[in-house]
Design a protein around this ligand. Structure first.
Ligand SMILES: *Cc1c(COP(=O)(O)O)cnc(C)c1O
Length: 370
């Protein structure tokens, strides 16, 4: 039988490449070494000696895998301090760790919302929020990106008998700009809606807005340098999720070493201010060199995600290639990840980048795009 699979034509087609980490912020691809400016390890915590030490200890003590789901025999004692730390950081009553940010988003959204409910999602939210909305069976409407008036318009049209959930990211993954969380929470309170925000890129960067009707999802795979996802919410919501979120119930728990690494990383994020200082020094340096030169999409430049819009996908790929010849790995991002005509280079900066490398990249990009 022929599966008649649809093949994505060039240049849209995606390929997997083998990429070996070869230093704190460097990678080796096809035998050549590059400085990695496309990782979401914003604080370099995946390589932090204290993070690696606790992971190694947990690996030695407990082995490589958890062996079962958290509800069977996989809820290791290491989860409790991590969940307490996350709840404290986000100032929520409780927290629950999932297998990944993707699993947290689909599990939370699909179990809280049902087919009689309404979901209003920012136009640019991550695919996993939309997948959660689809799984929930709720009616899904999109509002213009970060547009409070458009959100209000949709909230006002809503009929009384539907529960309503509003979905956004805190720091948007492809544009690096921030949602007006405080204003959105006020609108949600006014219209009896629940805000679900995905803080995948904001951990340790974006301030928190505790509110009993705010459900905060995030990942331990990016700024925390480990792996896993989480939700911070009321104890009532967390108890509900333990019993209803299928992507929590029907999957194996994280390896103990990963939980230990995430816990140490979140502890460092909460307490080591030098991490934040080094990241923001690099962000300021990058922008000071490029200011006025480039078509930087976001005015809020205090973001580790720096998109440089090229328009066409071909131009983004060509720029990526030119930077690679100079030893920089910068990812070209094209549709369908971003809207048509907004292909871009997505530079991600980290506290672990050396300032001279940030400077050389900014200069190379300035010459390339000028
Ligand atoms: C990366 C990402 C996720 C998924 O998190 P994982 O832990 O990698 O599964 C979810 N939401 C957003 C906005 C992301 O950027």
């Amino acid at each position: 039988m022929s599966l008649a699979l649809h093949t994505i034509p060039e240049p849209r087609r995606r390929y997997l490449r083998s990429v070996r980490p070869s230093g704190p912020m460097s990678i080796t691809v096809d035998g050549a070494e590059y400085i990695n400016f496309s990782s979401n390890d914003y604080f370099g915590l995946s390589q932090h000696p204290e993070v690696k030490a606790v992971a190694a200890e947990a690996l030695a003590n407990y082995g490589a895998g958890a062996g079962a789901s958290r509800l069977v025999t996989g809820s290791h004692p290491l989860y409790a301090p991590l969940e307490a730390r996350l709840a404290e950081m986000k100032q929520s009553e409780a927290a629950l760790v999932f297998g990944s940010g993707y699993l947290a988003n689909i599990g939370v959204i699909s179990s809280l919302a049902g087919r009689h409910d309404l979901i209003l999602a920012d136009k640019l939210v991550h695919a996993c929020m939309l997948d959660g909305a689809t799984l929930s069976g709720a009616k899904l409407l999109r509002f213009q990106h970060n547009n409070l008036a458009d959100l209000q318009r949709l909230l006002e049209k809503r009929t009384e008998n539907k529960r309503c959930f509003v979905l956004t990211e805190t720091l948007f993954s492809m544009d690096g700009d921030r949602a007006p969380i405080q204003e959105m929470l006020a609108l949600c309170r006014q219209h009896d809606a629940v805000l679900i925000s995905d803080d995948a890129h904001g951990l340790g960067i974006v301030e928190h807005y505790p509110d009993s009707s705010h459900i905060q999802i995030g990942t331990l795979s990016k700024a925390a340098g480990a792996y896993g996802g989480y939700v911070c919410a009321s104890q009532e919501v967390v108890d509900y999720l333990v019993n209803h979120a299928r992507s929590f119930i029907f999957t194996t728990a994280l390896p103990p070493a990963t939980v230990a690494a995430a816990d140490k990383a979140v502890e460092l994020l909460a307490n080591d201010e030098s991490l934040n200082e080094r990241l923001f020094d690099n962000i300021i340096l990058f922008n000071s060199i490029l200011e006025g030169n480039l078509n930087v999409a976001n005015e809020q430049i205090m973001s580790p995600i720096q998109p440089i819009i090229t328009g066409s996908g071909g131009a983004a790929l060509a720029a990526q290639g030119a930077l690679a010849t100079q030893g920089f790995w910068v990812q070209a991002i094209r549709p369908p990840t971003v809207p048509e005509g907004t292909s871009r280079l997505r530079v991600t900066l980290s506290a672990a980048h050396r300032s001279e490398d940030v400077e050389r990249l900014a200069e190379a990009m300035g010459e390339l795009i000028a």
